[in-house]
Design a protein around this ligand. Structure first.
Ligand SMILES: *Cc1c(COP(=O)(O)O)cnc(C)c1O
Length: 344
């Protein structure tokens, strides 16, 4: 692929720290994080624990590590995790649940990534010497490959009930939890406190360069600490990056509403292009299908990159455009005009 300079990158992981965030990072008080002596990391952990309605939280270098530490803490070898078939934990984490936890993830087929308490009840194994032990239900709020869809609180509560009744824990991959919060008006705590563990990503729409924060009970976080060390996630003067997280929680949460507005605008513009079908937009992710045009998603993606615009192909005809704080309304119009030209 021709790597022209990308002017408009429609991935919410492509955000750069703002000048204000960089100042907060430069001024951060730091200490040895491994010893629990970094005041800025400790402040971030307390802040996120409170935000998510849990006793404790743990700063980690990435969202992927939040998922892997959580699965490894909840599960032992031979256990089974239940998740949507399109889950990040299944498709794009290098089979980490199998590698680290020795666990199998069973996928429930659902296009939006939202499943029901009945789906969970059906997927439960009847305990027997021959079968995996059903141990964990993992949900994604919002569901990335399901179009940024939002789990309704009631659906989550129903699943938590079935899980609890059957001795399973519930884990929330909250990479974009705050997008769900801003779009729905339901608090982060009202979603996350239903789960035994939950995390949010600092490096997606919140605009930080790195990091995720995993929350749970004090006992869960203590047990998770072993996995943080084991996987190499224990850091040293990590306050310098934790400061970006605190800054983002202060300054970059409410503004996610702008991203959602812009995503709807982008969807509207793309929907007017003949040959393109746009999926419903719930938050900051816009998925669209180019099957009605004369090119595949990878072909269109490559031609966009040649013009400095990046939108990622997901399969033969499906594409994703994520809106974030480095993409404004004129940028969206420019990208939509370009797609229209390339598809015509
Ligand atoms: C991005 C993402 C992750 C992984 O987060 P990283 O910080 O990129 O490791 C996990 N789950 C979902 C749903 C994501 O979108």
């Amino acid at each position: 692929m021709n790597h022209a300079k990308i002017r408009l990158d429609f991935a919410d992981t492509s955000t750069r720290p703002t000048p204000g965030m960089r100042r907060a990072m430069a001024q951060a008080e730091v200490g040895d994080e491994q010893r629990g002596e970094d005041p800025t990391v400790n402040a971030l952990n307390e802040r996120v624990a409170d935000l998510l309605g849990h006793e404790a939280a743990m700063f980690l270098p990435s969202g992927t590590m939040c998922n892997q530490v959580a699965v490894s803490t909840h599960c032992r070898a031979g256990d089974e995790v239940i998740a949507a078939a399109n889950a990040h934990i299944i498709g794009v984490e290098g089979a980490g649940a199998a590698v680290f936890a020795g666990s199998f993830v069973r996928g429930i087929e659902t296009p939006t990534g939202i499943f029901t308490a009945t789906d969970v009840a059906t997927a439960l194994r009847i305990p027997d010497i021959k079968v995996p032990r059903s141990r964990l239900v993992a949900v994604e709020q919002t569901n990335n490959f399901g179009g940024g869809s939002i789990w309704p609180r009631e659906a989550l509560a129903a699943i938590a009930q079935v899980a609890r009744d059957n001795g399973l824990a519930v884990h929330m991959d909250g990479a974009r939890l705050l997008n769900a919060v801003v779009a729905s008006g339901v608090s982060a705590r009202d979603y996350a406190a239903l789960c035994d563990s939950a995390w949010l990503d600092l490096s997606k729409g919140l605009g930080c360069p790195i990091g995720g924060v995993l929350a749970g009970s004090r006992a869960f976080i203590e047990a998770a600490m072993v996995w943080k060390y084991r996987l190499g996630g224990a850091m040293r003067q990590a306050g310098i990056i934790a400061a970006a997280g605190i800054y983002a929680l202060d300054h970059h949460v409410d503004r996610l509403a702008e991203d959602h507005d812009n995503a709807r605008h982008l969807a509207g513009r793309l929907g007017q292009i003949p040959g393109i079908t746009v999926e419903p937009v719930a938050t900051n992710l816009v998925f669209f299908d180019v099957a009605g045009s004369d090119q595949s998603a990878p072909q269109l993606a490559e031609r966009l990159v040649e013009q400095g615009v990046r939108m990622n192909p997901f399969g033969a005809t499906r594409m994703r455009a994520g809106v974030h704080l480095d993409i404004d309304r004129p940028g969206i119009d420019e990208a939509a005009d370009l797609v229209a030209t390339l598809v015509a």
